[in-house]
Design a protein around this ligand. Sequence first.
Ligand code: NOJ
Length: 559
Amino acid sequence: MRNKWWKNAVVYQIYPKSFQDSNGDGFGDLPGVISRLDYLKMLGIDVIWMSPVFDSPQDDNGYDVRDYRKIYEKFGTNEDMERLIAEAHERGIKVVLDLVVNHTSDEHAWFVESRKSKDNPYSDFYIWKDPKEDKGLPNNWGSNFCGSAWEYCEERDQYYLHFYGKRQPDLNWENPNMRQGVYDLMNFWMEKGADGWRMDVIASISKDQDFPDYPEEPGREYYTGKYHSNGPRLHEFIQEMNREVMAKYDCMTVGEAPGSTPEVAGLFTAPERNELDMIFTFEHMNIDRIPGSVNRKWALKPFDLVELKRVMSDWQTKLYGKGWNALYFENHDQPRVISRWGNDREYREVCAKAYATVLHGMQGTPYIYQGEEIGMTNVHFDLADYEDIEVRNAYQELVVKGKTISEEEFLKAVWNKSRDNARTPMQWDDTEQAGFTVGTPWFKLNDRYREINVKRALADPDSVFYYYRKLIRLRHEEPLLTEGEYVLVLEQDPHIFAYLRRSESETWLVAANLSEERLPADTLAQYAGERPEFLISNYGRGEMNGELRPYEAFIARVR
Ligand code: NOJ
């Protein structure tokens, strides 16, 4: 039986490699996570989503799984995972695992077999195509990590498809035996007590079986776009997965769905369709890139609040009463929001609280990424210090080979947008290595850890941490946040993000000045009523006194 407990839950994402090391090898691990469960309990979250913990060569930090039934040895053992689940459950926290089944690692046993020949039981577990004449590529599809999405394999004299790195071959979901293999591994972990799944690039699992070329554009060799997601059998596969796995448990699922619109989200999440509970959209995360540029996400476009409001409001209103939203600004693939769209210096704390207010006031299930709750910031490393395969490949492809972006511009974009911004180790205190490890960390720390860390946040009643705790409590206690209708106000205002949440009996105003300016608040005041009751505010008790201070934000009951 499935109930909808996740509707007023708040999820906390853990990137295990960077969360807490317990044995001094410089890698975060599961015993480390267990040692921090009381901290998470204090924050008040309901669910942890563990980024991949399974055995992996770590070419893409675990998003390349070698064995789904075994915990990666640097993270611990299967027993550690079972203990983590049990200890989390004891504290009333659920544990959601990361299902990476658009692709596996090239070291997964299925692929090792598949590449050997065209006629073994695993031959069709992956997507193989004959070369065109002159060993030409099967089509012009590109990898999301740059270059072609096809890699030649001598043994079969064929190409295999990889939407991500060469070492991440895409699974062939047309094959029912492969699909059963996926459902079996999901059930394996569900039987061990897992509470659900975050599904990596799940919108990509079904491919157009004609494998059509993208229309050519000058100056471009490989393309990513509509053929990379939402293929013809996607919803059929998810419904089958639901029957085989999810329907049997009281679990929660969230699909990562780049390329999806609110209409597609409706297909995924309408309860009567028996697919997923919610999906992660990318639309709001793409507002600061120049659409269609060869330089992809590294082609920066200035932040436009009106556009952010338009996109997020579109998802709020179109899914209302039909499906469900997953709310996020940060995760392990996104930079820190205050560095990206806000102020991470003078106004760091009020800014972090302002973004939190805007997000947690919406309808949907909010996600907090580790460190977001203490206002962690982006890093400015030298290029050589970056670990991420996405940065390394893009540098080769765009700066060295294509020369479509200068090194200087690329570095600026990396500081702003790189996924590594979110992957620096968690900052627990101000001791050397920030309490993350007593050894040498696998990745450089953010050098602001002496100023920004958990110990300091816990000692300051006004910290970002306690603000999040209050927001989470509000979500637990106030059904309006879960159920209320969403109405955007001041749509064209370039600095203020404000909206109402409404039920038959009451109306709330959620508002944030997302700028460094002091702004007149008279236009906003008309929505606050005569005697607004401030439920949370990032400048003391909250007031409507004619102006909004830099990054001032609040939620108020309209009276
Ligand atoms: C999305 C994941 O979140 C990202 O980290 C990963 O690189 C790709 N999918 C490939 O699995």
